[in-house]
Design a protein around this ligand. Sequence first.
Ligand code: GAP
Length: 443
Amino acid sequence: MDKTIEKIVSLSKRRGFIFQSSDIYGGFSAVYDYGPLGIELKNNISQLWWKDMTQVHENIVGLDSGILMHPKIWEASGHADAFNDPLVDCKQCKSRYRADEFLGENLAINWNDTQCPKCGTTGNLTEPRNFNLMFKTHVGPIEETGAEAFLRPETAQGIYVNYQLIQGAMRLKIPFGIAQIGKAFRNEIVARNFIFRTREFEQMEMQYFVKPGTDNMIMNKWKEKRFQFYLDILDINKEKLRYSKHGKDELAHYAKDAWDIEYHFPFGWSEVEGIHNRTDYDLKQHEKFSGKNLSYFDQPNNERFLPYIIETSAGLNRMLLTVLTDAYWEDDANNRVVMKLHPRLAPIKAVICPLTKKDGLPEKAREIMEILKPNFKVIYDMQGSIGKRYYRQDEAGTPFGITVDHQSLDDNTVTLRHRDTQKQDRISIEKISHIIENNIKNY
Ligand code: GAP
């Protein structure tokens, strides 16, 4: 694993962002648990996405569909047949690879002459076999007679099969969108790079239903809008973001055109979000498999058609890894590590510290907690020297440190420390909520 990623993994564990699953049992491969700071950060990111999609756009509504769905859905969507990765095994050391890791998409290589990257032997790699990435389960108490079902590999299908119900209930006119955040599961052959590729993850997807013919223009708009989200809302460094267009041979079975938004991770440029023109592929397939007419009636023009779908599909966990990686800063001059998160993303907005444990300072600090608690996620910390307390919060990404000292008792003021500059202001307790709010807004 890359050194910077290793440091982020270690900080994530130390500060309570992310733990490997089932740690006391030695871990469970490619599944991660989000600790107290991780869940706050994840919630902040997903709420900002939700707001940007559903609150800001009057014509986009939300949905929360089931993880388990009718198994026919996966036949219709093509996942039962086409959602495969080519798997290669080493007979010698039992390592497992995705065949495309060896030579990009060119699978016409002679496996007998190829060396195993792990044990270094040649002639022990098997020919690639297709491996379906969907997790299978059984519905009903007895496995043999129960219906086979799948954990969804994408949230999108839940939107397609509900689209007419939603359109009718909300009286939506094309173009309109349906957004959903939820878990997805893929039995990845090779899961690596921390939370980048895992077997259980969360997607934030929005499907935009448009009139055929307007799809290219609308696709371009969403491409730009989604890129801007990373800059304006998540405050990601522009130089570390780029688009990447899928070549013809890379397109998923459902897509006519596809673009990725990539981030320059320490392990290289990698996809965080995909924007796809899925045409009417999915609705056509669901019409065929369900026997239902899924067309849309365009009243003003008195015509019926199957809408085209522009999809924006982001991984919440990958977005979180992008945010963590972009924020990670080794401030060598001050011998500290700082998570330079935008305050709007920071899991904790401020730490409140009484300078000493006596003279009424803890009580005064508690008063400030009560003022701030209703509006901000804040914590109280009395343990260790003030420097140690600040440095702990620098690693947690907490943008503000509020210290109560003896002067606070005389003139009702405290010091406000800014995480990035370590600059301190003396501010009035009466104005504290307002000042924190302004500092978050104007960061
Ligand atoms: N509905 C379209 C779709 O699922 P995708 O490119 O397969 O498209 C979309 O996935 C996004 O989901 C990716 O850009 C990525 O952020 C996230 N994602 C996919 N597989 C993942 C995995 N194994 N672990 C974490 N995130 C994943």
